[in-house]
Write a protein that binds this ligand. Structure first.
Ligand code: GDP
Ligand code: IMO
Ligand code: MG
Length: 423
């Protein structure tokens, strides 16, 4: 039976989505990205080699699986072509394997420049500087360029001219803006377009009719629930909808066709960039997690902020996404801890609550209330079956399931494909 499943990050991104999508892909015919752009960094490890994908879905390493970049994404053609070339070098041809939505919006050099300027000038969000926010601004201001618009060079030139005239006025003191040249931009864009033109299709109807013909689809989220522009810790969020609701908007798949929603989370919490983080550890334990988990951004290389698992936030994410099952990753990173904490309540100005809030002023002052767990002190990286897992880890898993009200179907115990245990 054909099915449509969503895989969504339940935290602030980097939950290990790339690894899990790669593992689940053989059960699907199509893997589709529905939002974000090259801000994502999805890591896949197999045969002792590591690949990081930013735009192309993580199903691309599975033979026969077709990958779709949906209409809800924003596409930097330079980044896309770089990735296509990387895959080509690996002998992966994208002919009939990758399709890109005609309705996806483009990221132009000025989007990346504005992203960087804003980060240096205004209050920092800690963006990836990939031009994501500025491109979505153009999309919603109706001043953006869709891929299909490239079929009309005069129209594109007109839109770019208006946009450049405006930003040159706003950012007149910045040389990198004043030196932007429309002909140079267009020349590069059309050179890139000629490379990917054959991959551009109406992915919305492709996905719909593929499903009708019995094909199963896996929707790949980028970022995570707490980075959602509506449901996350605004303004310290990305400019799209990583949550399951984003799938319908970002692919055209109607909500009634979605069956399972798999939420993915780390056994602890990380965050890159600015913004409140209630369980952040600014001590040695945080440093230990950073080192043991090798917590450095897959896109920017920045060290990730680390902290204990926040169940208040996790429960919220499960509810917002309608999560039907969960996968816990990076469980092995906690192998050597004597004691492991999970946050079960927030103390906000003396008031205790187990309800997450999106009010950053309250999150900033919220203090975590922890439940302590005895660590399992056992190297689970080599375990392959549930029955080999230590009892203290099973206790940890059961508590999380009960708190969130959602079952954990698998745990991940290392970066490679075989380090994955069904519960
Ligand atoms: P994504 O953005 O959600 O795909 O996650 P990233 O790729 O940015 O970050 C996850 C990192 O953890 C990558 O380096 C993965 O190779 C690694 N990883 C994934 N699962 C596990 C796991 O279970 N254990 C360990 N130690 N590393 C993992
Ligand atoms: P994956 O898909 C973690 C964060 C940035 C910043 C905020 C806004 O690998 O999980 P943006 O460039 O999107 O405007 O930045 O969002 N961010 C991510 N953090 N993982 C990601 O993607 C992220 N993509 C964006 O660090 O705080
Ligand atoms: Mg990542």
């Amino acid at each position: 039976m054909a099915k449509i499943t969503v895989l969504v990050g339940l935290q602030w991104g980097d939950e290990g989505k790339g690894k899990i999508i790669d593992l689940l892909s053989p059960n699907y015919n199509i893997v589709a990205r529905y939002q974000g752009g090259a801000n994502a960094g999805h890591t896949i490890v197999f045969n002792k080699r590591k690949f990081i994908l930013h735009l192309i879905p993580s199903g691309i390493f599975t033979k026969g699986v077709i990958c779709v970049i949906g209409n809800g994404t924003v596409i930097d053609l330079d980044a896309l072509i770089e990735e296509i070339n990387l895959l080509k070098k690996e002998g992966i041809s994208l002919k009939n394997r990758l399709f890109i939505s005609k309705d996806a919006h483009l990221i132009f050099p000025y989007h990346k420049i504005i992203d960087s300027i804003k980060e240096s000038r205004d209050e920092k969000i800690g963006t990836t500087k990939r031009g994501i926010g500025p491109s979505y601004i153009d999309k919603y201001a109706r001043t953006g360029v869709k891929i299909q618009d490239l079929n009309y060079p005069d129209k594109v030139r007109g839109i770019l001219k208006k946009n450049l005239d405006l930003i040159k006025k706003i950012y007149d003191e910045y040389e990198e803006v004043s030196s932007l040249n429309i002909d140079d931009i267009l020349e590069k864009v059309y050179k890139n377009y000629s490379i990917i033109k054959d991959l551009v299709i109406d992915t919305q109807s492709y996905l719909y009719y593929s499903f009708k013909k019995g094909k199963s689809i896996l929707a790949e989220g980028a970022q995570g629930t707490l980075l959602d522009v509506d449901f996350g810790t605004y303004p310290y969020v990305t400019s799209s909808h990583p949550t399951s609701g984003g799938v319908c908007i970002g692919t055209g798949i109607p909500p009634t066709l979605i069956k399972d929603i798999i939420g993915i989370f780390k056994a602890y919490t990380t965050r890159v960039g600015e913004g409140p983080f209630v369980t952040e550890l600014l001590n040695n334990e945080g440093k230990q997690i950073l080192e043991l988990g090798n917590e450095f951004g897959a896109t920017t290389g920045r060290p990730r902020r680390c902290g204990w698992l926040d169940l208040v936030a996790l429960k919220y994410s499960c509810a917002i996404n309608g999560t039907t099952s969960m996968i816990m990753t990076k469980t092995d990173v906690l192998n050597n801890f004597e004691e492991i904490n999970v946050c079960i309540k927030y103390d906000i100005n003396g008031k205790k609550t187990d309800r997450f809030v999106t009010d950053c002023e309250l999150l900033k002052v919220a203090k975590p209330i922890y439940k302590k767990f005895k660590g399992w002190k056992y190297n689970i990286s080599e375990c392959r079956r549930k029955k080999d897992l230590p009892k203290n880890l099973i206790n940890y898993i059961r508590f999380i399931e009960e708190f969130a009200g959602v079952k954990i179907s698998h745990i991940s115990t290392g970066p490679s494909r075989e380090q994955f245990i069904k519960l």
